[in-house]
Design a binder for this molecule. Structure first.
Ligand SMILES: Cc1cc2nc3c(=O)[nH]c(=O)nc-3n(C[C@H](O)[C@H](O)[C@H](O)COP(=O)(O)OP(=O)(O)OC[C@H]3O[C@@H](n4cnc5c(N)ncnc54)[C@H](O)[C@@H]3O)c2cc1C
Length: 444
């Protein structure tokens, strides 16, 4: 009988999973190498929860768009090739998904989880009184007719699904967002009134506090180094207990730091009845050791957060500049710009080129909102599958579950994915259809 469940990773996905596992009555321990929840990719994201906007990056026209930006000074996509067979396989799979048919299928799979997740998020926010600074509404800003044309398939799907949305002309858009600069060309905007934005780490912290009160244990500064499998079942974890410093981006420095930490660390072995791996990209090797090779690549993204002294000079709701794929989000006391997809090197080092793009977009739309010259850069790794949807649930190893690959929409998916995976661990039927959201699709 499953009693004690381990969750590897205390990002937004692991934290939500742990909450729902606790609600099912399991004894739950979350192992997180950092010293608090949501300190990696879940920390500096754009904060957007937009089920209506959720879409795979593998879309018709994307390969051409990526190529057209290769040599641009400010670009939504940076391609920094590295010699890696895994990256080559990922890119080949991604290209194969860039057809209209695959796009529609992948988007519908992602949206099924995203809409369910938003319902779970609303229910948790309301019952646990978590204050994450939620703002209602989401605007897709289109600088040109070309941006409008590229949004056409997504708009058609919104219509088919009956999702409330409205195409605005520039004047209506500026009326809705009076601080938008009139000097930047605007062809129109798509308004999604039911989408929203909020602080992902604030929600994760609020949920972790509630989970701790409900009996969930968070073991911070604990790195899981191995999942032990006996007779085809995950039975225990090998763990290093050490200060949860962030690994340096440079691989050589990271190896030295790991070595030093490992020498200081205490080594533990703990038994569990079930294990959920929710540690995003860095937990892939734990699974690969058991021949569970997930096609997830760290597509890096950047953000900058600046004080917003006068909210009237900034956005009222979250928005995205479609041309640059940069989100602009009002957070409590701050304006955040987030975006850029850097495909290639997995090293987490800030890049001037990415910061330039973020600042350009910020200045273009809200020139007086913030001190743009003082912007600095945060970098995170989106755990991306080539087709888009995440991978949830059981693996071929007994008692070993995954909640991985949430890519560019992990905050939007986390509550729903956490509930689905906790239900599966408990042997219950999830409330949504999981077709295309499990490891089974990799075999097809
Ligand atoms: C620039 C940018 C903007 C984004 N904007 C949005 C957005 O607006 N909306 C949205 O929905 N999503 C957005 N995302 C994506 C979203 O942030 C991610 O999908 C999400 O944070 C992934 O959550 P996670 O818990 O899987 O990963 P993480 O937050 O990375 O958490 C994984 C955790 O596991 C821990 N860990 C890993 N291995 C081990 C181990 N062996 N032992 C112990 N601990 C381990 C790590 O320390 C980490 O804390 C954005 C991402 C980026 C980069």
């Amino acid at each position: 009988m499953t009693r004690h469940v381990a969750v590897i990773g205390g990002g937004i996905v692991g934290t939500c999973t742990a909450w729902y596992l606790g609600q099912h009555g399991f004894e739950v321990t979350v192992f997180e190498r950092r010293d608090a929840v949501a300190r990696e990719t879940s920390w500096g994201n754009a904060g957007v929860v937009a089920p209506a906007y959720v879409m795979p990056w593998a879309a018709p026209g994307m390969p051409r768009k990526v190529l057209s930006y290769l040599f641009a000074a400010e670009a939504p996509v940076l391609f920094r090739p590295v010699a890696s067979a895994a990256l080559a396989r990922w890119l080949a799979a991604w290209l194969g998904q860039c057809t209209l048919e695959r796009y529609r299928l992948n988007k519908s799979r992602m949206q099924r989880l995203a809409f369910y997740s938003r319902d779970q998020l609303h229910s948790l926010r309301a019952t646990l009184h978590i204050d994450d600074g939620m703002r209602q509404g989401y605007l897709q800003l289109m600088r040109s007719q070309q941006d409008l044309a590229m949004a056409a398939p997504a708009i058609a799907m919104l219509q088919e699904a009956g999702v409330p949305h409205r195409l605005l002309d520039a004047a209506a858009c500026r009326q809705m967002e009076p601080a938008l600069s009139v000097h930047t060309p605007l062809a129109g905007a798509l308004h999604l009134p039911q989408d929203e934005s909020a602080s992902c780490p604030a929600f994760a912290q609020g949920l972790a506090d509630a989970a701790i009160k409900a009996g969930v244990r968070f073991a911070f500064g604990h790195t899981v180094t191995r999942i032990r499998v006996e007779d085809g079942r995950a039975t225990s974890l090998e763990i290093e207990r050490a200060p949860g410093e962030r690994a340096p981006g440079d691989p050589a420095q990271a190896a030295t730091a790991r070595q030093a930490r490992s020498e200081r660390a205490e080594h533990l072995l703990q038994r569990f009845d079930a294990v959920v791996v929710a540690g995003a990209v860095d937990s892939l090797p734990l699974l690969a050791e058991h021949r569970i090779r997930l096609p997830i690549w760290p597509v890096k993204g950047y953000s900058t957060s600046l004080p917003l002294p006068d909210p009237a000079l900034g956005p009222r709701q979250a928005m995205i500049d479609e041309a640059y794929k940069v989100a602009i989000t009002p957070l409590p006391g701050q304006i955040r710009l987030a975006g850029t997809a850097e495909i290639g090197s997995p090293r987490l080092v800030p890049r001037d080129a990415a910061l330039r793009t973020l600042v350009k977009v910020g200045r273009d739309w809200f020139p007086t909102a913030a001190d743009w010259a003082s912007a600095s850069c945060w970098v995170g790794a989106r755990p991306m599958t080539p087709d888009g949807p995440a991978l949830l649930g059981a693996t071929p190893v007994g008692g070993l579950f995954i909640n991985m690959g949430h890519g560019s929409t992990g905050w939007a998916m986390a509550c729903g994915a956490g509930k689905v995976v906790a239900d599966l661990v408990a042997g219950l039927r999830p409330e949504i259809d999981l077709d295309g959201l499990t490891i089974e699709r990799l075999a097809r």
